[in-house]
Ligand binder design. Sequence first.
Ligand SMILES: *Cc1c(COP(=O)(O)O)cnc(C)c1O
Length: 352
Amino acid sequence: MSVAPIDLSSDTQTRPTPGMRAAIAAAEVGDEQQHLDPSVTALCERVADLVGHEAAMFLPTGTMCNVVGVAVHTRPGEVVLADRLAHVSRAEVGGAAVISSVLLEQVDGERGRFGPEAVAAADHGGAIHRPRLGLVMLEQTHNFGGGTVWPLERYEAVAAAAHERGAPVHVDGARLMNAVVASGVAAERWGRPVDAIWLDLSKGLGCPMGAVLAGSSAFIAEAWPWKHRVGGAMRQAGMMAAAGSYALDHHVERLAEDHEHAALLAAGLVELGFALERPETNIVWLEPTDVGREAVELQAALVERGVRLSRVGARLRAVTHLDVDRAGIVAAVERIGAEVVGRTGGGGRDGA
Ligand SMILES: *Cc1c(COP(=O)(O)O)cnc(C)c1O
């Protein structure tokens, strides 16, 4: 007997809802790269406004927002400061180095969040043999850090430390709206202290694709040649931008449900013997060794039981999203329990 799989591998696994599909079908479109697509223009204006910047650009992926942001903000041979577990450090196949010839200086933040002292340490005060600090990158929320939210004060202090040293700040806001909903701090307050910030439409917002990169008019003007260079200038992209506008109307406040579901999932997993803190947003990382298991093997066993998790190294990740409701979370905990309790004879912290 097979059970319907519950896919917690990523919030990218969402499918467009009927309402979103209707918005896509109804979208007015034109040639995006000639600035003639009204749906793209509307989305960009809206996101620029949302994050308190002058202008924005629609790109096919969030990775491309990071590539373009680094390219515009740096010169070859400069240092880009980022957390060691940041997406730019761990999940972009070295794109910043390949495309922009920069050095990535990776610092150990506290679950992805470092402090102004890390910026100070990366600034070598013009020493002639040292590479210049060219850019500071922050990730909000922090994916590999566990969906963690930067506290506003620390975020502002890091941005100020960068600016004091003449380095701009670029924010990978793939899950910015999760941070907004979890913190109650408006997107504009996260946008204002930094030079560029983007959000992904294809994660918790539930769109098929797309990301929007915002900054000053001068920054976006410089970003345009890069958008063309890396193949990100599109044509009738308004169909995807319309999905984005629909998501901003309908899928932002509901992220709170994903966060509740992540908390419910984490609580259930603690009962099964995993050592977890209450998640700050929609991401839960598991250590299979907590229940005496190994990541590759446990991931495969859970697929057999109808639960998909993703894996990075020795850890497994569960991400809650639009397409998994509360009943799905309860069922996922039951299925994981059947696997780890059944196989280990554990069933609690002590048993593990
Ligand atoms: C997913 C993700 C990206 C990349 O976005 P894509 O749209 O998948 O290219 C970048 N940064 C973070 C933190 C992410 O989670």
